[in-house]
Write a protein that binds this ligand. Structure first.
Ligand code: FAD
Length: 460
């Protein structure tokens, strides 16, 4: 980036947050994001603390023709929160939340994590559907759709979005809702970071917990085919309040598993019942009878604790490469492919999971919001995860191999938030039939494609 220092000084003079540049002590930490494979060097990282800071930064980027990236929680696998040479609008200092427990609404700033949001709403026994790793950013997750343990009952995260405050490419601050800038509101709900910087999200809330029935039931990989078949039948008739995901990997050293199975292949059923735990207990009993479990850890625990249960397996700093498909049904051929893949894991941290959505996520019409995949009953993620750069090729190769083997059974759609940086050719599949309308909205709100460090929608 070639920019006169006088211009940067003038910007700093008006900016209230912190500006981090190469050479500053904070620089290397500020450019780190969840996926250690991303090693980008922005010219400036501007840590905003107010909406006015965001306006200044957007205007500065646009007027000086700088490449612009926006960082929420920094979890995006493609590394879109960072850019080389340009400017990063870093929202990680903007996390404040305000809950109205009577109206069941929360307003939260654009740099908050899922943990921030859950902490504020659970103080009132309320929640909105979010993802399964508490350090993920609310912003990126929401803008791509968002799903987790509560989604079968209460829908995608975007289905609970009431309004958003957005700084547009023109530097205007607008409120988007069903009645104000409705096209923009439509596009924000699944169109990822293409339409502006969201400084505030307002969500509807539901009574959840604070204690919920949740946990893990673990079977050996040798039983995986039979478990997966029974899992498929079970979910087809399960109530929306019950969410069960299937995770295949090597057994981590969990205290409730016998030591001799640590490091061996397993299939885990991870579950949450979003209702009175007493009503959930009999519903989950059949899950214990799919075979002889290696162990289980199921009980009534704080919802917040379950929301953080997977954090230790998903810490930042590892190298990660993902491949993903949506499925409307799970076929037996897919089970054979997944079992073969787990028998050939390239690293003990790799896993394949089937996130069961369905339920309320399938009820809105595909064109009602930019997120189009209302037919998806399962979102599968091949999670390649390892530590050393020397293992990149092997681990990436493994993920691609299973992705190919599972493609014949997939629906064709893909969740935009699971796309890696090298999947530009799948962007249209991610936005599906809504791509053309997104391109129209993009022309209105970002005609010069200022917000392009993302799974990009080209202005029509
Ligand atoms: P960032 O990398 O900070 O941002 C991603 C993109 O979002 C940026 O490029 C930018 O374009 C845009 N963006 C960020 N903040 C803003 C903002 N305030 N305004 C406008 N644009 C913005 N997803 C699920 O739905 N469910 C899950 O259970 C789930 N689990 C996950 C677990 C892990 C370990 C990880 C790494 C990801 C998971 N995801 C899940 C995917 C997650 O939704 C995406 O990675 C998402 O992009 C993360 O958002 P972020 O704000 O942390 O990311």
């Amino acid at each position: 980036m070639k920019l006169q220092s006088t211009k940067i000084d003038a910007f700093k003079g008006r900016f209230r947050g912190e500006v981090v540049s190469p050479g500053d002590e904070a620089y290397d930490d500020a450019r780190k994001i969840w996926n250690a494979m991303i090693d980008k060097h922005p010219a400036l990282i501007v840590r905003c603390i107010t909406t006015s800071d965001v306006v200044l930064a957007v205007n500065f980027a646009r007027d000086n023709e700088l490449l612009l990236a926006v960082r929420g929680g920094g979890h995006n696998i493609a590394g879109s929160a960072m850019c080389d040479d340009g400017i990063v609008i870093d929202l990680s200092q903007m996390k404040a939340a305000s809950v109205d427990p009577v109206a069941r609404r929360v307003t939260i700033e654009g740099g908050a994590t899922l943990a921030d949001l859950d902490a504020s709403t659970q103080a009132h026994g309320l929640a909105t559907p979010l993802g399964i790793n508490s350090t993920t950013g609310v912003a990126g997750l929401t803008l791509g759709g968002g799903f987790g343990w509560l989604s079968r009952k209460y829908g995608m995260t975007i289905d609970n979005l009431e309004s958003a405050e957005v700084v547009t490419a023109a530097g205007e601050v607008v409120r988007a809702s069903n009645t104000e800038h409705p096209d923009l509101f439509w596009a924000l709900r699944g169109g990822s970071g293409n339409f502006g910087v969201v400084t505030h999200f307002e969500f509807r809330l539901h009574p959840v917990g604070p204690d919920v029935l949740s946990g893990l039931i673990v079977y050996p990989i040798a039983a995986a085919k039979s478990v997966l078949r029974q899992y498929r039948e079970f979910l087809a008739q399960a109530p929306d309040a019950l969410s069960v995901w299937a995770v295949l990997r090597q057994a981590p050293p969990l205290p409730f598993l016998p030591e001799e199975v640590h490091g061996t292949g397993m299939i885990t059923l991870a579950l949450l019942y979003a209702g009175d735990p007493k009503l959930g207990e009999p519903l989950i009993d059949p899950l214990r009878e799919f075979g002889t479990p290696l162990g289980e850890h199921v009980g009534v625990q704080p919802y917040i604790a379950w929301q953080q249960a997977f954090d230790p397996l998903l810490t930042p700093g590892a190298r990660n490469y993902w491949k993903s498909h949506n499925f409307s049904t799970l076929q037996d051929g897919l089970f054979d492919a997944v079992i073969e893949s787990i028998e050939n894991l390239p690293s003990p941290q790799c896993e394949i999971f089937f996130g069961a959505i369905g339920g309320a996520t399938t009820r809105p019409a595909p064109e009602s919001a930019a997120y189009a995949h209302r037919d998806a009953q399962f979102v599968m993620n091949v999670h390649g995860r390892w530590q050393e750069q020397a293992d990149d090729e092997r681990c990436i190769g493994w993920a691609r191999e299973f992705f190919k083997a599972s493609a014949p059974f997939a629906s064709g759609g893909v969740y935009v938030n699971f796309l890696t940086a090298d999947e530009g050719d799948r962007v249209r599949s991610a936005y599906g039939p809504n791509y053309d309308r997104l391109a129209q909205v993009k022309r209105t709100y970002d005609p010069d494609n200022l917000f392009r460090t993302n799974q990009n929608v080209q202005p029509a």
